[in-house]
Design a protein around this ligand. Structure first.
Ligand code: GH3
Ligand code: MG
Ligand code: MG
Ligand code: MG
Length: 317
């Protein structure tokens, strides 16, 4: 019962952070109408082992960015027949945001104001032709480094440090949009809240470090079961986890959470000469109507409270 779906923007960031450390995984799009000028840049990038894409016009470049959402950098000429480099830059920023990819403008024009105009349009950098190869290489390198730093910060901002799951901030940032998508598609959606049973006792008996290991093991099990694509899994705090289940009504979500519950109960964490096991309680509330996000979470929390009251290690909806 593993849920899988299309790759979402955040998952692309996660994989992009890992791959960008090596030029062979960095994708650069060269846009120039003149074949010889394009070839010169492409050769230079190939020597550095970048993955190179080419476009001869602005609209071809825009198409390519849609077809290859993993492109990290665009190096664009200024003077091109259908759409000049400024316009292309502006449109890339409008369609792809300000920090998903880097843009370097390039031109052989004698107009010294060109660089300022490129930067105003949203480019990160600019070089005049003819350029010193080493200078362009340095600028490319710095831009890739900055991009990698932006992605690492993003990743840290929405990750939970202990478990590596998405954090509460991400759950609240992303959750409402997921619910809106379900409502638009006229699909059901349910909010589940999971809380480990008697976790304080476990900490008291074995110490906080063992508690942390158990938390990590539970988190890993949850992320095996819930793929963060259409669904959303996060550590909300302490030993509490939120799971937003798109496309599932209360009944389907309860059945799914029952699998989660029994799977958590089967976990064993080795400590000294014993195997520690834990149980968890889960509250499930179906999302209906247009209430706000924290109302849904409160509803799941109330069912969780009942699951605890009726004896723990159970799903209540
Ligand atoms: P219940 O079954 O009613 O949920 O009981 P409980 O003991 O799990 O609930 P309670 O909320 O009283 O305690 C939660 C405990 O979780 C308290 C705290 O020490 C522990 N905890 C919270 N965050 C962490 C963490 O990051 N690491 C560890 N090891 N423990 C944590
Ligand atoms: Mg040109
Ligand atoms: Mg708790
Ligand atoms: Mg608890």
């Amino acid at each position: 019962y593993v849920i899988k779906n299309n790759e979402r923007a955040v998952d692309m960031v996660v994989s992009a952070v890992a791959r960008i450390l090596d030029n062979r995984h960095v994708r650069v799009l060269v846009v120039d109408d003149v074949a010889s000028a394009r070839k010169m840049l492409v050769d230079l990038l190939n020597v550095q082992q970048f993955q190179v894409f080419e476009a001869t016009t602005g609209s071809e470049a825009l198409d390519m960015l849609v077809r290859h959402p993993g492109i990290d950098m665009v190096i664009t000429d200024y003077n091109m027949p259908d759409m000049d480099g400024y316009e292309l830059t502006r449109r890339i920023r409008r369609e792809h945001g300000s920090d998903r990819l880097r843009i370097i403008g390039i031109s052989s024009s004698a107009d010294r104001l060109l660089s300022a105009s490129f930067l105003k349009a949203g480019a990160n950098d600019f070089v005049y032709r003819p350029f010193v190869v080493e200078e362009l290489q340095c600028r490319i390198g710095h831009n890739i480094e900055t991009l990698s730093q932006i992605r690492q910060l993003r990743l840290a901002a929405f990750s939970d440090y202990l478990t590596g799951l998405r954090n509460r901030r991400h759950f609240f940032d992303e959750g409402p949009a997921r619910i809106a998508t379900c409502l638009e598609r006229d699909e059901a959606c349910s909010m589940a809240m999971l809380d480990i049973d008697h976790f304080k006792q476990l900490n008291d008996s074995y110490g906080h470090e063992v508690g942390d290991r158990v938390l990590k093991a539970v988190a890993a099990r949850l992320s095996d079961l819930v793929d963060n694509t259409d669904h959303l899994l996060a550590r909300l705090g302490g030993e509490e986890f939120g799971i937003l289940l798109s496309g599932m009504d209360s009944e389907a979500a309860s059945a799914f959470c029952e699998i989660v519950r029994s799977s958590v109960a089967e976990l064993r964490v080795a400590h000294a000469d014993i195997d520690i096991s834990v149980t968890a309680s889960i509250g499930v509330a179906e999302v209906a109507g247009l209430e706000n996000f924290s109302n849904y979470l409160n509803a799941a929390d109330q069912f969780l409270y009942l699951a605890k009251r009726y004896g723990r290690n159970r799903v209540y909806s």
